[in-house]
Design a protein around this ligand. Structure first.
Ligand code: FAD
Length: 397
């Protein structure tokens, strides 16, 4: 599958690339831009972290006060869970609505994944985000009942726009943090303007996992060796741009049986299977499989399954030379878990496909703000495993 190259530059950064190994070609690495950042373009999956992972922040990495017990109230505060808001571990008055699609709005792939996983003996646990949940679940998403994306822009910024003490500047690209000694005194924008905080204020850089280290390195905050390589004078010695981490995900194309089809009207993924690989040094639910009724990052027409590592061990680094590159070296544990999945899928996937005029309606579940683009092709063909595609088509439209 080819990555799309036509992503709206008002909503996506272009020119950021990533590779897993030095010998691989650099591929586009999507990052959202503008108000809401990546939450304006992301996959709308609203899943909580594994409790054991959060506890490790405190126990293994020294983040005192960030264990799961302390963290849970913050998770609840940010959500209005429209299915389970009355449960003690959920919220019902936060700015971000969380929904799970009822079965009538699932696509063929969702149903097939559900049925196959249940047949394989995995338990049904409807609330993916409940403590202790594992197995097959409806996949929670951050949208309202009408299917509209609720990003951090909608949930947090919009209600605060009228505040007297808030100034939002558009088209303001931060080049670097200005500092005096070891104190940050403001930020310098492209064009030279310097924005300074109030006398007792702070400078908080929150440009995301890729651009924050880039801003810091340009400000002279980083390791001596990296800053020397970039020719930037050092202001502070800190391990910036190392330890980069992301969850690897593999999209696998499937070809439904003749007569079955996948529709863009549906949310792309409504069912997920999270489970534990049991491999050494992995925690609970380190793996996840999702159905993809359609996949707009690849042009919308492809359907299939996606397999992701919920727990990544690989670490990478940011390379600030132009074009900006980031790379994550795949750890042996991550590689072997991914390979194991590939071996499994080779028994269920079919390579054959033909294209035919698609059945698409004008509307799309991805109602705002990033339209999915006009892919007009739906694949049909013969899958090897009948039970993966045995249900009626989606009914929303
Ligand atoms: C394609 C994609 C799909 C994803 N899917 C999901 C999902 O389904 N579920 C989920 O939970 N997470 C998902 N994520 C991850 C999630 O969106 C991010 O973890 C989250 O948005 C990070 O928030 P952030 O505020 O740290 O950074 P971002 O959301 O990246 O925001 C950073 C902001 O800083 C701005 N910025 C950057 N550099 C500068 C600069 N020099 N000057 C001024 N502004 C700057 C950017 O334009 C952006 O507005 C996805 C991410 C991507 C890219």
């Amino acid at each position: 599958m080819e990555r799309r190259e036509d992503l709206n530059p008002d909503l996506y950064w272009h020119g950021v690339t990533a590779k897993r190994r030095p010998d691989q070609p650099a591929l586009p690495h999507e990052r959202g831009r503008g108000a809401g950042g990546s939450s304006s373009v992301n996959g709308l999956v609203a899943v909580r972290p594994e409790a054991a992972d959060v506890d490790a922040w405190e126990q293994d990495y020294g983040a005192r006060g960030w264990g799961f017990t302390e963290f849970l109230p913050a998770l609840s505060r940010m959500e209005t869970d429209l299915d389970y808001g009355d449960m003690p571990y959920h919220g019902n008055s936060g700015p971000i609505p969380v929904i799970r699609e009822p079965e009538e709005y699932w696509g063929d792939v969702d149903r097939a994944l559900h049925d196959s996983a249940r047949e394989a003996g995995l338990p049904w646990f409807d609330d993916y985000n409940a403590p202790g949940s594992t197995g097959v679940a409806r996949y929670p998403g951050n949208s309202n009942r009408d299917g509209l994306r609720i990003s951090t822009n909608h949930g947090y910024l919009d209600p605060a726009r009228e505040r007297d003490n808030l100034c939002i500047m558009g088209d303001a690209h931060v080049v670097a943090v200005e500092s005096a000694g070891d104190r940050a005194t403001g930020v310098r924008l492209l064009g030279g303007t310097v924005v300074r905080p109030a006398a007792d204020g702070e400078v908080i850089v929150s440009a995301g996992a890729v651009h924050t280290p880039a801003v810091l390195l340009r400000s002279g905050i980083g390791t001596g060796s990296e800053l020397r390589r970039l020719g930037i004078g050092q202001v502070a010695e800190l391990p910036v741009g190392v330890g980069l981490q992301d969850h690897a995900i593999v999209f696998i194309d499937f070809t439904p049986h003749e007569g079955r089809y996948l529709t863009q009207d549906l949310r792309p993924t409504n069912v997920a299977v999270h489970y534990s690989s049991g491999m050494p040094d992995t925690g609970p639910n380190d793996m996840c499989i999702l159905g993809t009724n359609h996949n707009y990052w690849f042009g919308n027409a492809d359907s299939g399954l996606a397999v992701q590592l919920n727990e990544s061990h690989s670490r990478g680094s940011l390379d600030c030379r132009r074009p900006t590159r980031s790379s994550i070296r795949c750890s042996s544990s991550d590689c072997s878990r991914t390979r194991r999945i590939f071996r499994g899928w080779s028994t269920v996937s079919s390579a054959r496909s033909t294209s035919c005029p698609g059945r698409h309606s004008a509307g799309s579940w991805w109602a705002n703000p990033a339209p999915p683009g006009g892919g007009g092709r739906v694949r049909t063909g013969q899958g090897r495993r009948a039970r993966l595609f045995h249900c009626a088509h989606g009914r929303r439209g």
